[in-house]
Design a binder for this molecule. Structure first.
Ligand code: PLP
Length: 456
């Protein structure tokens, strides 16, 4: 007998996963390793441990253990906001008149407002375990900086955040939250680092980019004893931590004998998408199920749909290891797109590899006015004000559901609702007042970006 599916599936605490799922261990063709830019050899644990906490460096390099234990000290913090709800979008289904069943995993129900807390917690935890003096990081739109500030406050670790200057000016309240949680926040590029000064000398007044801010944060971490750098996306360790999104979503669906036909996530650096799809992708690799995966990115920063798959730096200042990824070139500075969290020149090596192998079936890019149109429709019927980043996934989920209306297919669609948009109200206003524009980089601009990629 079919069970009645509730509007909101809230699993009890004991459903918080006890292990993260390391998809790389299941992959038949391995994710290419990070390289030391000087030697072009795979980075060693020793080298990585100078930038990252040792335990996180180990996770970064672990390609063999499919499951990695989550320490109790992390689970205790996860309990504040997990398991996150899996919501059956009954209202959206009705609005669209679709026979499809739409589910979304809502990661915005914590103070930081996004899924980023899932990785901020372990990264701060391991820093504490290692007895570090402090952490440095970058933040774009501010969600990662906020999440990490919360985690560092909980575990009592000093934190310096380099915040992309454009967002720093646009979102003063983001800065205030980070400061409330005790972080110090510096607009990037700044004159406090060599990397920042070099970027200012080269570009003059600039609104900055994630790539610039990463260079500054890494520089401060490696030049101060007892400090390490942490990153909120892109890396394998972050994808690993985010696997709890997919594990919980799968467990919740299984309770109601559900399994997704289509899984959709927005992709900035690729971490929420990697986490959401992880267990379903594992099934696909093992051949037990065959869900269809779609990554969604902004047309203004189209790394998967128009980027090149090759080794590139993770930052503009070229101080990080080289990662093989779909990239627009580490010197590419995206237009000041409101969906700040998706403004990164590259894509996680794991997502890039899955896409190159055809396991991640499709990537679509969309323009921001279409994204906000979907966001507003969603807010009005589902009662959640979505982050612009998340709304990329909403838009494609709606498109897929509308297709089902036309074909009569009763597909089960799952998408990731990564966060809330309360700090993006000026973007919402500009959409509502019809002053929002769309920006699509020209071929020449992309070509210029590709020229900045290192020769291999
Ligand atoms: C940062 C962010 C993203 C994009 O990051 P990924 O690493 O691609 O997941 C998406 N949604 C929200 C709400 C974010 O804060």
């Amino acid at each position: 007998m079919k069970k009645n599916i509730p509007y909101r599936i809230n699993l009890p605490e004991e459903y918080i996963p006890k292990k993260w799922y390391n998809l790389r261990a299941e992959m038949k063709s391995p994710v290419p390793p990070l390289l030391n830019p000087a030697t072009r050899e795979p980075v060693t644990l020793d080298e990585l441990s100078k930038i990252f906490c040792t335990e996180l460096a180990k996770q970064e390099l672990n390609t063999t253990d499919a499951y990695i234990d989550i320490p109790q000290g992390i689970i205790d913090f996860y309990k504040m906001c997990r398991p996150s709800p899996l919501i059956r979008a009954y209202c959206l289904e009705k609005e669209l008149g679709t026979p499809a069943k739409i589910y979304y995993k809502f990661e915005g129900n914590n103070t930081s407002g996004s899924h980023k807390l899932n990785s901020a917690i372990p990264q701060a935890y391991y820093a504490k375990q290692q007895g570090l003096k402090g952490l440095t990081t970058e933040t774009g739109a501010g969600q990662w900086g906020t999440a990490l500030s919360m985690a560092c406050a909980y575990y009592h670790i000093p934190l310096t955040v380099f915040m992309v200057k454009g967002s720093f000016m646009q979102k003063p309240h983001r800065k205030a939250i980070m400061q409330t949680f005790g972080a110090s926040v510096i607009p990037s590029p700044s004159d406090t680092t060599n990397a920042g000064r070099a970027i200012i000398a080269k570009l003059g007044e600039t609104s900055g980019s994630l790539g610039c801010a990463i260079s500054e944060a890494v520089e401060v971490a490696v030049s101060n004893d007892g400090f390490r750098y942490v990153l909120g996306s892109v890396l394998n360790q972050v994808a690993l931590h985010q696997s709890i999104i997919g594990l919980e979503a799968k467990a919740a669906m299984e309770l109601y004998d559900e399994y997704p036909d289509v899984v959709i996530g927005c992709a900035g650096g690729g971490s929420n998408l990697a986490g959401l799809i992880a267990p379903f992708m594992g099934d696909k690799i093992k051949g037990t199920h065959n869900p269809y995966f779609i990554a969604v990115e902004p047309a203004s920063c189209p790394s998967l749909t128009r980027g090149k798959y090759g080794y590139d730096f993770c930052d503009t200042g070229k101080v990080t290891p080289l990662a093989k990824m779909y990239s627009l070139g580490c010197e590419f500075i995206p237009s000041s797109n409101h969906a700040g969290g998706l403004r990164y020149h590259g894509m996680s090596p794991l997502i890039s590899k899955l896409y190159d192998d055809g396991l991640l079936d499709e990537a679509r890019s969309i323009e921001q006015t279409a994204v906000f149109d979907a966001a507003v429709r969603f807010a009005r019927c589902e009662g959640i004000l979505p982050a612009p980043e998340s709304s990329h996934a909403i838009k494609i989920a709606m498109d897929e559901a509308v297709k089902c209306r036309e074909t009569g297919e009763e597909k089960t669609i799952l998408f990731g609702l990564t966060g809330t948009g309360y700090f993006d109200m000026s973007a919402y206003s500009s959409f509502i007042e019809k002053s929002m524009g769309d920006y699509i980089p020209t071929e020449a601009e992309l070509q210029h970006g590709f020229e900045g990629m290192p020769e291999m």
